[in-house]
Design a protein around this ligand. Sequence first.
Ligand code: FNR
Length: 380
Amino acid sequence: TGLYFAGLAGETPAYPLTFTGLEAAARDTMEHRLWDYVSGGAGDEHTQRGNVAAFERWGILPRMLSGAADRDLSVDLFGHTLRAPIFLAPIGVLGVMTDDEHGDLATAAASAASGVPMVASTLMQDPMEEVAAALGGTPGFFQLYTPNDRELAESFVRRAEASGFRGIVVTLDTWTLGYRPRDLQHATFPQLRGACLANYTSDPVFRSRLAAPPGEDPAAAAFQWALTFGNPTLTWDDLAWLRGLTDLPLLLKGICHPDDVRRAKDAGVDGIYCSNHGGRQAASAPALDLLPAVVDAAEGLPVLFDSGVRSGADIVKALALGATAVGIGRPYGYGAVLGGTAGIEFVLSCLLAEADLTMGLNGYASIAELTRDVLVRIQA
Ligand code: FNR
């Protein structure tokens, strides 16, 4: 809350304090088609607007005189005590959001400085070993897009283990890219494909699939990437194989149906990550509205959540609906655009200051007090 007190004392903040302000400033800064990549989504984009609207339909019941002047926002996640129940959701091709193309390292540095865990995307522009090393003592997680090549998938997981990542998050909702009109309109994908190769070209199995070293023939490396990126044939039958790849905590991202939660539990996963990918993948798939049923079906298994979190109050609401930890997506992407590591740290500080004050002013001193009955439906 240093930021809050600095503001009360009359200090002007370095960056905009609200999501709307961050969004506008980032839009002014970015090349148009890259802006469309980060901010855009599937179909007519009502899915991503719906994510924000879903939060607006909830209010937080205020309780007075409950002695919430000192708050504790810490939570335990897979044996790690986090000082706050948030994390950096995986964002691919983060390098397009910073001047020097090292957006992954910039994000890892923000994670190290803030103690907020990073989930590092398969589509890193920096090799995962370097990103993991930059995380310092903050636990990091590796997000796997399961390639259409089992040996490559296994190699990614081995590298993640050797680098010190503390868990594997398998994203299931992106076996092919969503129907994103803005990206298709600008034909942005080849540029992004070229930009996100570092984690692949630093992989021994990926390199073994190439006729020439990637530096000599980048086009062939990009083509190989396109051949192996997604795996449309992956089904529940493959879960045993995925589970068998690692003893690290294994989470499935994109699970929003209670029956899928039960199947995931049967397959021995350690956590569920409820998300609609920020409305970028399946059009019209809700996220927040499905969270309570996912939490119920998880029966105590940790449930991570993202999609539409724009403020500290949103964090409080997702926690009250049962999330164990809440993922920040586009807001930190815009922080990266505006100020690299410092911008991301700033955004996280704002979100946490607001979450903390929202809890305190509403009379809740700990995360454990945030249960479903602290929320009330707002009538339209
Ligand atoms: C993403 N997301 C994502 N998810 C993932 O599992 N792997 C990835 O590489 C990416 N890449 C990616 C790029 C960009 C530009 C965005 C905005 C998002 C989805 C991300 O993890 C998260 O689910 C959403 O960002 C949450 O929605 P909001 O809060 O950003 O709207």
